[in-house]
Design a protein around this ligand. Structure first.
Ligand code: F0G
Length: 378
């Protein structure tokens, strides 16, 4: 902000916060909705009930402006697109990228074109894209078909791709790792994360690597010019653990899944674009991939909401679901410090959250009835 600007100072988003760690210059117009700076919440009740001394934190990315982690990458992708003079952006999406692209395009005065799989987007995400004025193209195919089409159409029309194959997306997303290291005063021992198109796990690995002054083959932009090299925040990196839904788990099958299926629609992806980067993150860190069932991930989503007061979407619960299983089996050893990314807010998909839950009770509007209903639960 120029010195002559007398408006009150406030948090203005992650590009301003991490400017010297990001590939931006004074010529880059900052398109921001004050994303980032999300809470890192220590779980209290779940570990106690589990009887473990593993210290588990969740990074609640559902509290970004469009209620998912995508805003971190989108502020970078759209700012760089604006710098390059783009008038329109395009993405394929399972819903969150499209919501974020739509919002940041609105902020930038651009047009967003979003390709979504027909009938597989929760209402909250679709509402966001529509509300922000995106051109919504519902394709008769899945996310992987949309991704292929986006790459093809970008060669034929003046539109900038803002999916995570755009390296600026990962640069924005790496800042979540910086925030975690700053909040804890050290890197966690394990970082657990849901994996769909595999951009986020790759972004975190870049961030953790930079935070401890390591260069990593994963970093497609710094190429040995790691911005924290001379001034590291920490001297360790976490073991990276990526979890997938078992009906959409190409990293477990070691090949693309042609017809991915899961109720966690955000990660209903069979052909992840950041395949090599995600493998590098897991291999370089000594981590692993694993899978969880839809029943398991929904049970974890409900448990987190009921026992800790944190409401995330089904795909987000995959990280904690896998982490808790690995804590129980000892694969994540006693005494560890664990962080789990909760990628999106539960309100994105309210239908799934109330599925099979105790029904709402209807009572007469008189004291007697309300009192009786309360006492029945005490
Ligand atoms: N969790 C949520 C809530 C997501 O929306 C996504 C991806 C992921 C996890 C997986 O992250 O793709 O970086 O491995 N959603 C994309 C979208 C694909 O279009 O919104 P990833």
């Amino acid at each position: 902000m120029p010195a002559t600007d007398s408006r009150p100072a406030h948090y203005t988003g992650l590009i301003d916060r991490y400017r010297e760690r990001l590939p931006v210059t004074d010529a880059t117009p900052v398109i921001s909705l004050n994303e980032g700076d999300t809470p890192l919440i220590r779980l209290e009740n779940i570990p106690r009930e589990l009887g473990t001394d593993v210290d588990i934190f969740v990074k609640y990315e559902g509290l970004n402006p469009t209620a998912s982690f995508k805003d971190r990458g989108m502020t970078m992708a759209v700012s760089k697109a604006a710098e390059e003079g783009a008038r329109a952006i395009v993405c394929a999406s399972t819903g969150n990228t499209s919501a974020s692209a739509a919002a940041y395009a609105a902020r930038a005065g651009m047009t967003a074109f979003v390709l979504i799989p027909e009938g597989k987007i929760p209402m909250g995400k679709l509402a966001q894209a529509i509300a922000h004025g995106a051109v919504v193209l519902q394709i008769k195919g899945n996310f992987d078909d949309g991704m292929r089409l986006v790459k093809e159409v970008a060669g034929e029309a003046p539109v900038a791709i803002v999916n995570s194959i755009n390296p600026f997306r990962l640069q924005g997303q790496k800042t979540a790792a910086f925030e975690i290291v700053e909040a804890l005063g050290r890197a966690p021992d394990y970082h657990c994360i849901p994996v769909g198109n595999a951009g986020n796990i790759s972004g975190y690995w870049i961030g953790y690597s930079e935070a401890c002054g390591h260069n990593t083959a994963s970093c497609t932009l710094c190429h040995g010019q790691c911005p924290y090299l001379d001034n590291p925040l920490t001297d360790t990196r976490p073991v990276m653990v990526g979890y997938q839904a078992d009906g959409a788990a190409p990293f477990m099958r070691d090949e693309p899944v042609l017809e991915p299926e899961t109720l966690a629609t955000a990660i209903r992806i069979g052909n992840p674009q950041s395949w090599d980067l995600a493998h590098a993150a897991v291999n370089e860190s000594g981590g692993w991939f694993d899978e969880v069932s839809d029943d398991e991930l929904l049970a974890t989503q409900a448990m987190l909401a009921r026992q800790e007061g944190v409401f995330c979407e089904p795909a987000s619960a995959v990280s904690l679901c896998g982490a808790l299983r690995d804590v129980r089996t000892g694969r994540i050893p006693a005494g560890s410090l664990v962080t789990c990314t909760l990628t999106g807010h539960g309100l994105k998909d309210p239908d799934i959250a109330i599925r099979g839950q105790r029904a709402v009770q209807t009572v007469n509007a008189d004291l007697q009835s309300v009192k009786a209903a309360i006492l029945a639960h005490i």
